[in-house]
Design a binder for this molecule. Sequence first.
Ligand code: C5P
Length: 309
Amino acid sequence: MASVLPPSPVGVRVRVPAKINLALRVGPPRADGYHPLATVYQAVSLYDEVHAAWADSEEFSVTVSGEGADLVPTDERNLALRAARLLAQTSSPNGSLGVSFSIKKSIPVAGGLAGGSANGAAALLACAVLWDLDVGLDELIALAAEVGSDVPFGLLGGTALGSGRGEQVLPVLARGGYHWVLAFGHHGLSTPAVYRRHDELRPGAEMPEVPARLMNALRSGDPIAVGAALVNDLQPAALDLQPRLRQVLEAGMEYGAVGAVVSGSGPTCAFLAASESAAVDLSVALSADGVCRAVRRATGPVTGARVIG
Ligand code: C5P
């Protein structure tokens, strides 16, 4: 396959979006502990930036700044480092590659917006370009699935169906652009903890299916129909672990949202507005209310990880 882009001596900067789940249906746990999912992802205009610079052979390091930086692990748990090591092992098994990352975060950590996964996706793209590897998007997406369930979508972006444990992604034919208001929580939620609580609250879940109502609404491009079709099976578990989120969801609907849903495993709440001006009004009202830590507007869908310098 053709190389993604020419090599860069000064390093490579990649911008990568957050995701929200317009639908997240969750089945019973599999033998490996993961849950089968039927989800609809949408990438939204809230971005982290990952800069990758040359480092000595087999040296892999990361520094993190910005939103929630002190909560991001910089050891082997860091998804950018895991992604880079995996790509290096796959493309140069004798170990001649290294990279030094600096990550600028705007996506909240442990927010249900796949910020860590986005960094993993950005790292794969940045290293492929930095190291001038002969890999295509399909190969990067296959490696991304080994890094984490949400990482392939970080490369793809747009609006996509996710199946398997979320790692199998297919673009969806969706019309229109959507105006979102995101309400960030005071404290993060652990994804495994939310899945565990979900299993306790909903034993015997059935195999998941994406709601036809949402797919029809996306084809129509009507925000009111999309807003009414938002659904998240993990929401009761997230609300159980952070009861305050109920007030956040109610406040957003009172201030004019056409739909409200906890994003992924939470605690970020995503509100859909009928128009850009409605989104401005909603974000101002939610900020003034003080029910959440911070409020951001974002539009979707946007493209996945892209080289910007
Ligand atoms: O794949 P990823 O490492 O992002 O998943 C983080 C955790 O979320 C898993 O360890 C698992 O507890 C939970 N998870 C799950 N089912 C999925 C995706 C994630 O149980 N489909």
